[in-house]
Design a binder for this molecule. Structure first.
Ligand code: ADP
Ligand code: MG
Length: 286
């Protein structure tokens, strides 16, 4: 590969809204055959909204919302912002949280008004020896299980929308002969709903952040050349081990630092442009 041709590719990339770490990055995209897409914030907007509150037993619905909203106020996660924002909108000022702890890919813990509150995936409650509450049959939304003082208190559901551009982005990847896959820590029902909406057939769901790396390594072990597109802190390690890491420019600094390329405007369609550009650039060199 001649440096001049690669520099031309880099310059064209900048015009398309692709920031390339170094010209040599284009070389690793040549054999990419699989594109792993993170769900939240990559395929979906990541702007989640509170949908419903399901209080368990004699738990008061507003109390469920108040304690959970207060706890989630301390977290930056899109699910947390939806819960804290939704609770504040309905109830006004929320109480303070102490001893806050984030459990990546699972949820959060903290103390609110003397209660030890847990909110997150059912597995977070199970790990604390608490039987999770029954989950509502609401397939399009993410269910957050809530417990305090060792007892399950209910479920809050949040949902975010698929980006308008995501179906076209997936179609463009397919047109390049690439196999798209959806990778998420979220539950299988939500993941499959999103996959169906954008036209992805292969779904890898309920994956912990540290397991995302293992998924990429497994795919590479099967002989695939893997590009990964992600935006979150929880995607950074997977972006780094992928043959090609593409970070959403609208995402976290951790993802941008770990990626080889940045899609400046956070437009997933540009992922296909990036791969096509590198193929073309390299074709002119051969
Ligand atoms: P993704 O892989 O889709 O970007 P994450 O790995 O960040 O998602 O999170 C996986 C799941 O963990 C979420 O879908 C949610 O159910 C749960 N979760 C993560 N953070 C929180 C939080 N702060 N509050 C409640 N649930 C959370
Ligand atoms: Mg994400």
């Amino acid at each position: 590969a001649t440096p001049t041709a690669l520099m031309v590719g880099t310059g064209r990339g900048a015009q398309l809204g692709i920031l390339i770490k170094g010209p040599e990055v284009l070389e690793s995209t040549r054999r990419v055959d699989t594109v792993v897409l993170d769900k939240t914030g990559t395929v979906t907007t990541g702007r989640m909204e509170l949908r419903k509150a399901y209080a368990e037993g004699d738990t008061d619905e507003n109390e469920l919302l108040r304690l959970t909203g207060a706890l989630e106020h301390a977290s930056e996660h899109p699910v947390a912002r939806a819960l804290a924002g939704g609770a504040a909108q309905r109830l006004g000022t929320l109480p303070a949280v102490t001893d806050f702890e984030n459990v990546p890919g699972l949820g959060v813990r903290g103390t609110v008004e003397g209660h030890r509150v847990l909110a997150g995936r059912p597995a977070l409650l199970e790990a604390a020896g608490i039987a999770p509450p029954p989950l509502p049959d609401d397939h399009g939304s993410t269910a957050v299980a809530v417990a305090w003082d060792g007892v399950a208190r209910g479920v809050l559901t949040v949902a975010d929308a698929v980006k308008e551009t995501s179906p076209e982005a997936v179609a463009r990847l397919r047109a390049l002969g690439l196999t798209p896959m959806l990778l998420t820590g979220d539950n299988r029902a939500v993941a499959e709903e999103v996959a169906a909406q954008v036209g992805v057939d292969e779904v890898i769901a309920e994956v912990l952040p540290e397991e995302k790396v293992a998924v990429i390594e497994r795919l590479r072990g099967e002989g695939r050349t893997v590009a990964m597109v992600g935006d979150g802190v929880n995607d950074a390690a997977a972006l780094a081990v992928a043959d090609l890491g593409l970070a959403m420019g609208t995402g976290t600094d951790a993802a941008i630092e770990a990626g080889d390329l940045t899609l400046v405007r956070g437009d997933l369609r540009v992922a296909a442009d990036a791969i096509r550009l590198s193929r073309r650039t390299l074709a002119t060199i051969k």
